[in-house]
Design a protein around this ligand. Sequence first.
Ligand code: DGL
Length: 273
Amino acid sequence: MNRYRPIGLYDSGIGGLTVVREVFAQLPAENVVYFGDTARVPYGCRQPSELISFNREIMTFMMQQGVKLVLVACNTSCAVALGALRAEFPIPIIGLIDAGAQTAVEAGRRIGVIATEATIKSRAHERAIHQIAPDREVLGLACPTLVPLVESGRWQGKEAFETVYEAIHPLINLKLDALIFGCTHFPHLVPIVSEILGPQVRLIDPARQAVSNVRRYLSMNRLANVGEPKGENRFYVSGEPAPFQFLANHLFAGTVGRVESIALPFPNVSSIA
Ligand code: DGL
């Protein structure tokens, strides 16, 4: 496997860019291929069978792009599809749920999780946390209104505050030690969540630990891109490229070049779904 190949990341939309941001920070020499399934966002209200089928299509696309490793930048996908993908695709696949659990167990006993309906229903975070520390109390809350809010780019202001407050107010006064952002869209809302819950709740974005897991894997397997000049990052979406490009450039200070649109169904992968 060639260490100069890119890392693949994907999500239903712009949420996974919070994970790309962490890749840029921790692994600046690596090239990235990103896919946002913006024609089919949100994922959180879908059934596991449908999500597994979307994930298979995207993984096939990633294989066609020649990636050396995939970091699944979508908790919903990790919660319902990671096992199936690992069994089917001959490539390292790293997820976010274990990474979030790893960080959260160190933060205290009462751990909150905000995520999509599908992720909360799967209880994937609870299982991952209890595997490491069975005595932790895990309180999951589905927040379906936050993904459309983030996709619309309204990450600040009165409307954003009110929507986030409405979604997470059941967590106020629960004496949480930590809160896992169990959906990659939500770290775009960190300042508002922090204002609502206060400084005593440690906010955990699993992306940091997940990318650190990727870094360890790459270096242990001699797959890290060392000594080669950085190439181009490539961004693809299944919907309209313009809104994605605008928000991605806002996040990455204008460094995102062209965003290409891929019309669904994916070319050459329909037989797999
Ligand atoms: N950002 C994704 C996640 O981490 C999916 C959100 C959605 O499309 O509902 O779960």
